[in-house]
Design a protein around this ligand. Structure first.
Ligand code: B12
Ligand code: SF4
Ligand code: SF4
Length: 346
């Protein structure tokens, strides 16, 4: 490997990234599959996924003269072997997806990638240019990461690294530097179907294909309106997944065997995201929500989105104080979204 590429990888690891690889900036090999996925309606209300399609399907549209993509992966798994996500579930508590228990990865990784790029640029010429993305632009991140050797596509659609599992975020530096590229990662699920069998809402409609409209992650984070009534019991029964979902990762043998906890302070769970009491969440005022979820990915759902999810969970729990908490939820946010769920629950 050439000296520059070796130095880039050294600097990336120094910046706290666990995985790093380089691929060519070239058109997607899965453009047809991506279009079909949109046509089937699997993106739900996420209209941004259909916007700027020519750019999403070709990274050279994102930066003039783009030649290479430096892809990084960052482990966010924090040890919770006795805690959230592990049955038997406590009906009085809710589960936040692991990615949302600490600081917002968009902010953490973007800042580190900017520093990394400054260091790389100092090693190269003045014409070196770059665009940085961490789930922040029209780019097929998993495809870039697969080609750069970070992992392979699992049937649950996660990018899986044979030695590390799938609890890692992705980020990219698209650059006009012509760098030596890495080989794609080799690996696969074999005959395993554990994620498809375990998904409580049947969102993995076929291997490598997710219908977001059934995915708890979409329903509790991205969906702005009411969560379809027929899917609510499955969400609550699988441990009150009130923000995102990890079930198809929790059952994956690569995570069970290989996930190792990160020591990065940014991804250590906050108290409010570590299996909190539903009542505690229900009684958060908008100001308290802002304070407790400052610099957290949870702010994406907004106060009303989180309350919607909590009132849905309370609706089917046996919690005797549920009624009181629901009343509090309505008092704090009397917007129709929460009221409808709450009314149904009561
Ligand atoms: C939209 C989106 C979602 C949607 C849709 C998810 C989905 N599976 O498509 C929802 C809201 C449901 C979601 C949920 C989650 N997400 Co999300 N999401 C995205 C986003 C913004 C776009 C993904 C996308 O374009 N989907 C459309 C599908 C068609 O594309 P794709 O998943 O990239 O699939 C590629 C391949 O599968 C291939 N392909 C297509 N057909 C076929 C067929 C075969 C046979 C093969 C082999 C390949 C193949 O082509 C596709 C395009 O290259 C990306 C960031 C980004 N810009 O890429 C994050 C991203 C994928 N999400 C991420 C995470 C962490 C999650 C959650 C774990 C969060 C949570 N705990 O709740 C869940 C996981 C759910 C799951 N099993 O996927 C990470 C994944 C990291 C990783 N290791 O894979 C990403 C990369 C964000 C990041 N920067 O870290 N997400
Ligand atoms: S994140 Fe949850 S709901 Fe979505 S596909 Fe995975 S198991 Fe199913
Ligand atoms: S649970 Fe099995 S089928 Fe699903 S992604 Fe993991 S290895 Fe593949």
């Amino acid at each position: 490997m050439a000296v520059l590429e070796e130095t880039i990888k050294f600097l990336a690891r120094n910046a706290g990234f666990d995985l790093v690889g380089i691929t060519a900036a070239e058109p997607s090999a899965f453009a047809e599959e991506y279009r079909q996925w949109l046509d089937r309606g699997y993106a739900g209300e996420m209209e941004f996924l259909a916007r700027d399609l020519h750019r999403r399907l070709d990274p050279r549209e994102l930066l003039p003269d783009a030649r290479s993509i430096i892809v990084v992966g960052m482990n966010y798994y924090a040890d919770d072997s006795e805690g959230p996500g592990t049955p038997p579930y406590d009906p009085e508590r809710g589960i936040f997806a692991r990615y949302a228990r600490g600081d917002d990865y968009h902010e953490v990784m973007s800042a580190r990638l900017k520093t990394l790029w400054t260091e790389i640029r100092a090693l190269t010429n003045e014409d070196a240019a770059a665009k940085i993305y961490v789930d922040t632009g029209p780019i097929l991140e998993r495809e870039a990461a697969r080609k750069a050797g970070l992992g392979w596509f699992g049937k649950n659609t996660m990018l899986i690294n044979t030695r590390q599992g799938s609890y890692f975020f992705l980020g990219e530096i698209i650059t006009n530097l012509a760098l030596e590229i890495d080989s794609p990662a080799i690996g696969g699920c074999g005959t395993c179907t554990a994620c498809i069998d375990a998904c409580p809402t049947g969102a993995i409609v076929a291997p490598f294909e997710i219908d977001s409209r059934r995915c708890i992650s979409y329903l509790t984070i991205e969906l702005k309106g009411d969560i379809p009534e027929d899917l609510q019991p499955a969400i609550s029964e699988s441990g009150n997944r009130i923000y995102g979902c990890d079930i198809c990762q929790e059952v994956c043998p690569f995570n069970i065997r290989r996930s190792t906890p990160t020591a990065d302070p940014a991804y250590q769970p906050r108290e409010i995201t570590s299996s909190p009491k539903l009542q505690e969440l229900a009684s958060l005022s908008e100001e308290e929500f802002r304070e407790r979820f400052r610099k957290s990915p949870v702010k994406r759902a907004k106060h009303r989105g989180l309350l919607r999810n909590v009132s849905m969970a309370l609706a089917v729990s046996d919690d005797i104080e549920a009624e009181v908490a629901l009343e509090r939820a309505v008092k704090h946010d009397p917007k129709p979204l929460v009221c409808e769920h709450t009314a149904r629950a009561l």
